[in-house]
Design a protein around this ligand. Structure first.
Ligand code: NAD
Ligand code: MG
Length: 296
């Protein structure tokens, strides 16, 4: 190969307007129109994570799926967690991991349950034979026009999924992490530029950015790096299963300078970079990918 293909980032992927579409939470990538690209046909590995062992929550779809595929192509064994209703999406990911000759394990279950979070980590350590990459990526996002429409059950579920689960998972993981391990959170441009209709969700993303920075300081003396990825508008099931209004969905990503939403595939390499040993000086960092809008 004498050169890599150039492409225009504006025209690389679908642009708005999008068809109105809605799925029951948590939604399936395979039923979206257009189907998201998670790097299934494009991500090429070069051994950057050979022999590494990764746990990825929300690994069935969206950013988690892009990370899981990229990790496997870089030589890592990967355990993904997702909700039972997402088994069809998860099966596609597990097939792709195994096609790379890597171990792929799917563990369905609800991260709002502390005991489940602990058992998930135990399962990863047992079945992968250790753990050195932990991606806390799963999240709940439900749009509500007013704070008055956010019930205590809503608020609790969002906090449990987005803030408590990473807390529980990281605590369960730490005794197993050796120097050189990496913890990665998925934050959002919402952390610093919250939308009015994402009152509860947006503050959990601020919490994510914050915990990554505090833990990075706390764990540096143990040689464990902690970083976050902060996406802008990305075409994933979270948006079509209550995460966005139909009006927002039709124009999704159109307000960014690139004029379109991102695809999960466009973020897979960022998770790889943050996990890889050659990023050894990056800790407490937030890597953005938002089409020219937002900031980490
Ligand atoms: P997604 O729907 O593909 O992924 C979210 C995943 O969270 C689901 O697949 C599901 O498996 C998991 N999940 C939710 N509740 C759960 C629970 N109680 N137990 C277990 N798993 C649960 O959507 P996505 O956009 O890829 O989301 C991934 C991350 O990206 C989230 O942290 C989200 O906040 C963040 N993010 C997304 C966008 C965007 O525009 N799509 C922008 C910024 C940040
Ligand atoms: Mg999903």
């Amino acid at each position: 190969m004498s050169s890599v293909s150039m492409n225009d980032p504006r025209a690389k992927y679908p642009q708005p307007p999008f068809k109105r579409q809605s799925q029951p939470w948590p939604g399936l990538a395979r039923d979206m129109d257009p189907r998201p690209d998670h790097g299934e046909h494009s991500y090429k590995g070069s051994g950057r994570l050979l022999g590494r062992k990764a746990l990825v929550t929300g690994g069935d779809s969206g950013m988690g799926r892009a990370a899981a595929i990229a990790f496997a192509r870089e030589g890592a064994d990967v355990l993904i967690n997702y909700l039972p209703a997402e088994q069809p999406d998860a099966d596609e990911v597990l097939q792709l991991i195994e096609a790379e000759g890597r171990i792929g394990i799917g563990v369905p279950g609800d991260l709002k349950d502390e005991e489940f979070c602990r058992s998930l980590v135990a399962r990863a350590v047992r079945d992968l034979g250790g753990l050195d990459i932990v991606v806390n990526n799963a999240a709940r996002q439900q749009t509500r026009e007013s704070i008055m429409d956010v019930s205590s059950e809503d608020f609790d579920a969002t906090m449990k999924t987005n803030v408590y689960a990473p807390f529980w998972i990281i605590k369960a993981t730490l005794p197993h992490l050796k120097p050189g391990s990496a913890i990665i959170g998925t934050s959002s441009e919402q952390a610093t530029d919250p939308s009015p209709e994402l009152y509860d969700y947006a503050q959990t993303k601020a919490a994510t950015t914050n915990y990554v920075k505090s833990l990075a300081k706390q764990l540096a003396p143990r040689g464990i790096r902690v970083n976050a990825v902060a996406p802008g508008p990305i075409w994933t099931p979270i948006q079509v299963s209550g995460g966005a209004t139909m009006e927002k969905l039709e124009k999704f990503g159109g307000m960014t300078p690139l004029g379109r939403p991102g695809q999960p595939a466009e973020l897979g390499s960022i998770y790889v970079q943050l996990a890889a040993a050659d990023a050894s000086y990056a800790t407490g960092q937030v890597y953005g990918s938002a089409g020219g809008a937002g900031q980490p």
